[in-house]
Design a protein around this ligand. Structure first.
Ligand code: SF4
Ligand code: SF4
Length: 300
């Protein structure tokens, strides 16, 4: 049995594919999108989240830390990640639950135990299980084994991917999933590098290859005002999808719901001041994609 690191399991999800779904969020992502609303999923292993509003400033954690990674300054705990050895003694000792470990090791069997409880809802709604992240293909062996076990139970599956992975892995996963939710952000390579940290070449090549052998692909385009919502970028996405004959797109309006998490994780959030796109702006983008013969849905 494979083990994986999971940071959230969301039941009764209606935004991660058709019908009622359970979404399993796997840790680790090779991209660092500026607008990421799951920053706790970026690191492959567990991360410590500090809830300053619960902290008693008792100092128990820093006294117990074997790596001298913790310090209290101005009534706030500072964690030096470069020193932390991830022993998690600080979490055990904290009397106020001010420290939380995000990322739990689970076996395929444990995941199947959780997701199979809702088979009746999947069957009634045309739903199933979605594997998201992070980037679920970062935990390739675990993902494949869990998908195979879902298949054995007749559970419909979807994989929500950035496409930034080796083609052989994506191809192998395509044999065991019913749907890909495939993210596209920019067609311009330099902008992709700037805002996600990686080139889009692998992502576009993989999508083109996948489209030749696999038909159930839904593209997800996050709409980030002033960053990727210009008509050049959107038209280039439309042209590319038309060329490779992909017909379904979901456009996802930027929201700042996850921004508070950055503070707890002590990570800089670059897009603090960004506005949320209006309904009419989203409709204009949907119309633009519709003009390329692409069925476009606003939202997940
Ligand atoms: S996990 Fe261990 S090493 Fe890291 S800060 Fe906590 S006590 Fe220190
Ligand atoms: S042990 Fe918990 S309550 Fe005490 S200083 Fe550390 S984080 Fe705060």
């Amino acid at each position: 049995m494979e083990n994986g690191v999971v940071f959230k399991i969301q039941k009764f999800s209606i935004h991660d594919g058709p019908g009622i779904r359970t979404t399993v969020f796997l840790k680790g992502c090779p991209l660092k999108c500026w607008w990421c609303h799951n920053p706790e999923g970026l690191e492959p292993s567990g991360v410590i989240v500090y809830h300053g509003n619960r902290c008693l400033n008792c100092g128990n954690c820093s006294a117990k830390c074997p790596s001298n990674a913790l310090q209290i300054e101005d009534n706030r705990l500072l964690i030096d990640k470069s020193l932390c050895s991830k022993c998690y003694k600080c979490i055990e000792i904290c009397p106020a639950n001010a420290l939380e470990l995000i990322g739990k090791t689970m076996s395929t069997e444990q995941i199947i135990d959780v997701v199979s409880k809702d088979i009746i809802f999947y069957d009634e709604s045309g739903g199933g299980v979605t594997f998201s992240g992070g980037e679920p293909l970062m935990q390739y062996e675990f993902l494949i084994e869990t998908l195979k076990n879902c298949k054995k139970l007749g559970i419909n599956t979807a994989v929500d991917t950035s496409g930034y992975t080796a083609w052989v892995r994506l191809k192998a996963v395509s044999n065991y999933t019913d749907l890909f939710l495939y993210d596209l952000k920019f067609m311009d390579e330099e902008k992709h590098k700037k805002y996600t940290g990686v080139s889009n070449k692998i992502i576009l090549n993989n999508l083109e290859l996948l489209s030749k052998t696999y038909s159930n692909i839904c593209i997800r385009v996050p709409v980030i005002p002033g960053i990727n919502d210009n008509t050049d970028n959107l038209n280039n996405i439309g042209l590319f999808l038309k060329k490779i004959k992909i017909k379904d797109v979901n456009i996802l309006p930027y929201h700042s719901i996850g921004s508070h998490k950055y503070k707890s994780l002590d990570v800089m959030y670059n897009l603090e001041e960004l506005r949320i796109p209006s309904a009419s702006e989203m409709q204009n983008i949907a119309d633009l994609f519709n003009n390329y013969g692409i069925r476009t849905k606003i939202g997940g």
